[in-house]
Design a protein around this ligand. Structure first.
Ligand code: IPD
Ligand code: CA
Ligand code: CA
Ligand code: CA
Length: 264
């Protein structure tokens, strides 16, 4: 049976909104957290509660879909499924713990390898980003479109700043210093999904990250693409939802110049 993308999108944005309410409710309870890999890699009970909520709803409505989420609530080999839900229950958990308002629930839906629905909800700002492939991107129902050209020197760029292992090796990537000197500035927003959506909205101009998992960017990439943004890996190759990797996402006027910093 053919997939009804409209219906799928409505369902996805509905359950993400509901999950946002759950997150806000649980936030008021005591916010215990644990360290995962190190002192800066944290997880709360809310992360798994939100993922569990979404998984239960999806399994009930779409039992034939594959689901992968950061907290591993539902174990399937997602590659076996035509339609896959890629979930980050809270992208920006550290921001969530600190009540720094750049975190969100991110869901990307991929059908036969193509991103068809992106939903990202920022509960602190009550902003629901939604995109359907070839039907545009929206925040709270308002259309997002990056059609106004801009210059590289006007850009405000979000990054994770530190390269992989830099907490151990203490090396800042030189390209970031170059970006810092040639744009309006760098911001360490601390949330991949929200950074991508903020580009779609026009508050940020670009986002650079050396290594992310697909759940960090799936929802945001689909939203940003539909708003007219350009997203590649740091070497200029296209982004897949199958494996982890780097992200270089930008307003269309500046993607090429930003990419040249990493490829020239
Ligand atoms: C993290 C955030 C952060 C990025 C990390 C991600 P999490 O996701 O997106 O901005 O720098 O690489 O792991 O753990 O908060 O979902
Ligand atoms: Ca995490
Ligand atoms: Ca994440
Ligand atoms: Ca997460």
């Amino acid at each position: 049976m053919d997939l009804d993308i409209k219906e799928l999108g409505q369902f996805a944005s509905g359950i993400v909104s509901e999950a946002g309410l759950l997150l806000l409710k649980l936030r008021n309870d005591s916010l215990d957290f644990e360290e995962k890999k190190n002192h800066a890699d944290l997880v709360t009970v809310v992360d798994s509660a939100v993922e569990r909520f979404l998984v239960d709803k999806i399994v009930e409505r779409y039992p034939s879909h594959g689901i992968v989420g950061e907290e591993g609530v539902f174990e399937t080999n997602v590659s076996h499924f035509d339609t896959q839900w890629i979930i980050d229950p809270i992208d920006g958990t550290t921001n969530f713990i600190h009540n720094f308002p750049y975190y969100g629930i991110s869901v990307g839906i991929v059908h036969k390898g193509i991103g068809v629905i992106g939903v990202v909800y920022n509960p602190s700002m009550n902003e629901l980003y939604f995109a359907e492939k070839d039907h545009g991107a929206y925040v709270n129902g308002e259309k997002l479109s990056l059609d106004k050209p801009m210059l590289f020197k006007e850009a405000l760029v979000s990054s994770t700043m530190f390269w992989e292992d830099t907490r151990k090796k203490d090396a800042i990537h030189p390209s970031l210093l170059h970006i810092y000197k040639t744009t309006r500035g760098l911001r360490l927003v601390g949330g991949a999904a929200i950074s991508l959506c903020e580009i779609a909205k026009g508050t940020l101009s670009a986002y650079v990250a050396p290594m992310l998992s697909a759940w960090d960017y799936a929802g945001g990439v689909i939203v940003l693409k539909e708003a007219g943004g350009v997203i590649t890996r740091l070497d200029g190759t296209s982004v897949s939802f199958k494996e982890s990797g780097s992200i270089l996402a930008a307003h269309p006027s500046i993607h090429q110049e930003l990419l040249s910093i990493y490829t020239d």
